[in-house]
Design a protein around this ligand. Sequence first.
Ligand SMILES: *[C@@H]1O[C@H](CO)[C@@H](O)[C@H](O)[C@H]1NC(C)=O
Ligand SMILES: *[C@@H]1O[C@H](CO)[C@@H](O)[C@H](O)[C@H]1NC(C)=O
Ligand SMILES: *[C@@H]1O[C@H](CO)[C@@H](O)[C@H](O)[C@H]1NC(C)=O
Ligand SMILES: *[C@@H]1O[C@H](CO)[C@@H](O)[C@H](O)[C@H]1NC(C)=O
Ligand SMILES: *[C@@H]1O[C@H](CO)[C@@H](O)[C@H](O)[C@H]1NC(C)=O
Ligand SMILES: *[C@@H]1O[C@H](CO)[C@@H](O)[C@H](O)[C@H]1NC(C)=O
Ligand SMILES: *[C@@H]1O[C@H](CO)[C@@H](O)[C@H](O)[C@H]1NC(C)=O
Ligand SMILES: *[C@@H]1O[C@H](CO)[C@@H](O)[C@H](O)[C@H]1NC(C)=O
Ligand SMILES: *[C@@H]1O[C@H](CO)[C@@H](O)[C@H](O)[C@H]1NC(C)=O
Ligand SMILES: [Zn+2]
Length: 456
Amino acid sequence: MLSAIKLTLMLFLSGFIACYGSNPNYDSIHKLLLVSFDGFRADYLKNYRLPHLQEFIEDGVLVEHLINAFITKTFPNHYSIVTGLYEESHGIVANEMYDEDTKKKFSQFNDADPFWWNEATPIWVTNQQQENRRSAAAMWPGTDVKINNTTPHFFMKYNYSVTFEERMGNVTMWLNNSQPPVTFATLYWEEPDASGHKYGPDDKENMRKVLEQVDNHIGSLMDKLKALGLWESINVIITSDHGMAQCFPKRLIKLDDCIGRGNYTLIDTSPVAAVLPRSNKTYVYNLLKNCSTSMKVYLKEEIPDRFHYRHNKRIQPIILVADEGWTIVQNETLKKLGAHGYDNALPSMHPFLAAHGPAFHKGYKQDTINTVDIYPMMCHILGLKPQPNNGTFTNTKCLLADQWCVNLPEAIGIVVGVLMVLTTLTCLIIITKNRMSSPRPFSRLQLQDDDDPLIG
Ligand SMILES: *[C@@H]1O[C@H](CO)[C@@H](O)[C@H](O)[C@H]1NC(C)=O
Ligand SMILES: *[C@@H]1O[C@H](CO)[C@@H](O)[C@H](O)[C@H]1NC(C)=O
Ligand SMILES: *[C@@H]1O[C@H](CO)[C@@H](O)[C@H](O)[C@H]1NC(C)=O
Ligand SMILES: *[C@@H]1O[C@H](CO)[C@@H](O)[C@H](O)[C@H]1NC(C)=O
Ligand SMILES: *[C@@H]1O[C@H](CO)[C@@H](O)[C@H](O)[C@H]1NC(C)=O
Ligand SMILES: *[C@@H]1O[C@H](CO)[C@@H](O)[C@H](O)[C@H]1NC(C)=O
Ligand SMILES: *[C@@H]1O[C@H](CO)[C@@H](O)[C@H](O)[C@H]1NC(C)=O
Ligand SMILES: *[C@@H]1O[C@H](CO)[C@@H](O)[C@H](O)[C@H]1NC(C)=O
Ligand SMILES: *[C@@H]1O[C@H](CO)[C@@H](O)[C@H](O)[C@H]1NC(C)=O
Ligand SMILES: [Zn+2]
């Protein structure tokens, strides 16, 4: 009886491992293309028709929403994706930064000083420090900067006027052609973020138009990779940095109504404002604290742990976090109908992740992972030893074809299955024993009695 249990379990497990552990398509060179469509809010996938993206997902995996890093802005989250670090640990803590010691300033248009980037090492650098491998970048924050004295072997200077077709054409050419091979590449596109800011995510008509264009870009990327014969062997991740929230002209927090401008310097603006007090910090804090019920005011030391946004000198002494849909200004009127940057617990701030290729399962959906979990997963796919990071590899195991992953419904299924097989076996054994060890009179009659309930 015991050996029967053992045998059944072994059969089950070996079948299970055979199904989930093997991956016949896995290439010796694992190429990975990481694509970001800026500001692609998770629920756009549910609310708009995106046939090419759906086709990509059907044959790959989908993580319905990513818990991204606070603050939910572009530069910080793009750097979290490629380093696996929270913002306080990779040092790109905002789109606008100021360093008190060196008096240096950082902005989206003045981002080329390696000083800002060197607190972390992104995956494209680590990838190139392995023998015989190159990285390529068709834009991505930081890819045109020498980080640890290295840029991707192929890269483009950031220029938003370069069309998607040109970025895609160049990056796929680089992926196809070079010797030694390009094993890691990035591709970045500014939409649907730009339209999300301009129209606001509630403008269904305009968002439908831009998302149709984004979806067509995904279609042409798939076509291009197919035409080059790369589609079956390359791993492609399509993801984003953050979502978008609707803003309202009436939901303005005017700092000028609460505090004179001479008291502070505004380093970064809405919806997470970074405030550098000019004189008495407590005085400035008290005035701001009493300014609006629609924003939180934190001394740096008070910033909640869950934001992982405290331990870096580039985080200013006071930060203001507007509630969803609210805008912090000094005295201006509302300029953008959509914004992001808010609390990373808000669903409207979450992007998604989809992936396709030999490293990934086909047709698998998962509710969530963290943005910082993407990095250890990418290192695994590329066979790189990850730098110290804040991601958790096991969170992504179920997405990966070469990992053994049991999720809860599956586990319950297996247990029930094993129990059913064991019960059946036990019954059979008992019946067989009864049949063989019963040379009694009227045995036939008895057996018929026993059989009846089984037949019924
Ligand atoms: C920086 O680059 C050097 C070689 O250029 C390498 O030895 C070192 O490991 C790199 N540091 C990090 C943190 O990647
Ligand atoms: C794309 O590649 C072509 C051909 O190599 C080159 O002429 C062009 O400058 C590249 N585009 C960008 C934006 O780097
Ligand atoms: C940016 O790209 C556009 C379109 O290719 C080009 O006309 C322009 O000169 C580029 N700007 C810079 C600064 O390279
Ligand atoms: C892509 O690479 C393959 C194999 O090296 C080569 O045969 C093909 O011509 C390349 N395609 C392009 C468009 O460069
Ligand atoms: C600081 O703010 C207070 C309150 O608005 C104002 O009365 C004062 O003039 C400001 N101080 C400076 C130096 O701007
Ligand atoms: C700073 O402001 C607080 C509150 O307004 C006040 O109690 C304190 O004395 C001030 N400290 C200095 C050094 O001016
Ligand atoms: C806080 O604001 C209220 C009304 O908005 C005002 O009455 C009160 O004096 C303010 N307190 C401080 C400390 O500024
Ligand atoms: C906003 O403040 C600036 C500087 O104090 C001033 O020049 C401007 O007129 C103000 N604008 C409005 C709309 O109040
Ligand atoms: C994130 O990772 C870095 C590098 O290992 C580490 O220094 C930091 O303490 C981590 N942060 C958290 C919140 O664990
Ligand atoms: Zn963005």
